[in-house]
Design a protein around this ligand. Structure first.
Ligand SMILES: Cc1cc2nc3c(=O)[nH]c(=O)nc-3n(C[C@H](O)[C@H](O)[C@H](O)COP(=O)(O)O)c2cc1C
Length: 165
């Protein structure tokens, strides 16, 4: 059987989302028969989206929205992939200083437009960064949160490998 591909697309300014995406990739990487591609949002192209069998999208919430470079990724890929991804599985990860809900709403709405199938509740990890100093500081995501991100990647990869989606 052809190996399945899990595409993880993320943006991160101060490192939190990058650690979350990396953890999801590690969780998925334990699954034999699933190839994991971890791409920064500006690198990801429509062909990468079309070639994948499942997705993890990971973004910070910035200014009550998903990060601009993640939005740019969706803007560049949306119509090239529309109606060509129907039913494929996805999960999303959001790194937020205090909230995250608007980024979740935006991301899930786009995924709904793509007719993707959400296979896990979107995970919000809160870094409790609210002052300018804390927001600009490099982030260290805790072990428990990273374990949840690993779980998301592992579950998606297991479903892909078993062909349950
Ligand atoms: C310009 C800017 C705007 C932000 N706006 C929000 C916000 O609206 N809601 C929120 O929960 N966090 C907000 N944050 C905090 C980030 O989500 C938080 O620092 C997160 O850890 C960033 O992820 P990263 O480390 O992957 O860059 C903002 C950060 C920046 C730099």
């Amino acid at each position: 059987m052809n190996p399945k591909t899990l595409l993880i697309v993320y943006h991160s300014m101060t490192g939190g989302t990058a650690q979350m995406a990396q953890a999801a990739a590690e969780g998925a990487g334990d699954e034999a028969g699933v190839q994991v591609r971890l791409l920064r949002a500006p690198e990801a192209q429509p062909d990468d989206v079309l070639a994948a069998d499942g997705y993890v999208f990971a973004t910070p919430e910035n200014l009550a929205a998903m990060a601009g470079l993640m939005k740019d990724f969706f803007d560049r890929c949306y119509y090239a992939a529309l109606d060509r991804l129907n039913g494929r599985p996805y999960a999303a990860l959001v790194c937020a200083g205090s909230d995250g809900q608007n980024a979740v709403r935006q991301l899930e709405r786009i995924a709904t437009g793509w007719r993707l199938r959400q296979v896990a509740p979107t995970l919000i990890v809160c870094t409790h960064a609210q002052t300018p100093e804390a927001i600009l500081r490099p982030k260290q995501i805790g072990a428990a949160d990273l374990a949840q991100c690993r779980e998301v990647g592992a579950a998606l990869a297991a479903g892909l490998a078993l062909g349950v989606y």
